[in-house]
Design a protein around this ligand. Structure first.
Ligand SMILES: Cc1cc2nc3c(=O)[nH]c(=O)nc-3n(C[C@H](O)[C@H](O)[C@H](O)COP(=O)(O)O)c2cc1C
Length: 186
């Protein structure tokens, strides 16, 4: 079974991203064809990039980087749950991506985005050159949730039919890509 790493892109107190990411995690587990590694960037607690060497060299000097590197290495596919902040994505997510290099190489990357009227689309557009630069391969199906806050009540995200259907397609595609790309990963 491919191991899917789900990264919660928001670290803001009061964030709705955690509720949305839990729905994504539970949906992935319910299918029975993924192992899941759920990464809450608050719990991960990476400081702002504090490595002296380019990540491409893999000569890491900090324990937190070595642990993050091993964790991403163990993943077969990545799913980013990303908010839209000022027409881009969150700085915490950029920081977590920037820490590493080869660990991301040729991993399928899928997006679940949310925000205001744009459903986080502009955040994903800003993420695309970053993940392409890291050598990831984008999953075509993308869940976009406009005005997502209206669907979160008492910390629980209740999706609409459209989001459930697209998430299913996204997972189907991710399983296939994880299998095909596995031999090409670093
Ligand atoms: C700093 C900041 C900037 C934002 N910029 C945008 C934006 O450009 N477009 C948009 O649709 N929503 C924007 N929003 C609304 C967020 O998408 C919305 O608050 C969402 O809940 C943020 O995700 P989070 O609660 O998981 O942190 C912004 C919110 C914040 C806090």
């Amino acid at each position: 079974m491919p191991k899917l790493m789900i990264i919660v892109g928001s670290v803001r107190p009061g964030r709705i991203g955690l509720s949305i990411a839990k729905w994504v995690r539970d949906s992935a587990l319910a299918r029975g064809d993924f192992e899941v590694d759920f990464v809450d960037l608050v719990e991960l607690g990476l400081p702002f990039m504090d490595e002296p060497n380019h990540p491409r060299l893999r000569s890491y000097t900090k324990q937190h980087t070595l642990e993050w590197s091993a964790r991403v290495d163990a993943a077969d596919a990545i799913l980013l749950v990303t908010p839209e902040y000022n027409h881009s994505f969150s700085p915490a997510l950029k920081n977590a991506l920037d820490y590493l290099s080869a660990e991301w190489w040729r991993k399928p990357v899928a997006f679940v985005s949310y925000g205001g009227i744009s459903g986080g689309t502009r955040g994903v557009v800003a993420l695309e050159p970053v993940v392409i630069g890291l050598g990831m391969v984008r999953v075509g199906s993308e869940v976009e949730i406009p005005f997502a806050a209206r669907l979160v009540v008492d910390g629980v995200f209740s999706p609409e039919e459209k989001e459930v259907a697209i998430l299913g397609k996204l997972f189907d595609e991710t399983v296939v890509l994880a299998g095909v790309l596995g031999p090409l990963q670093g």
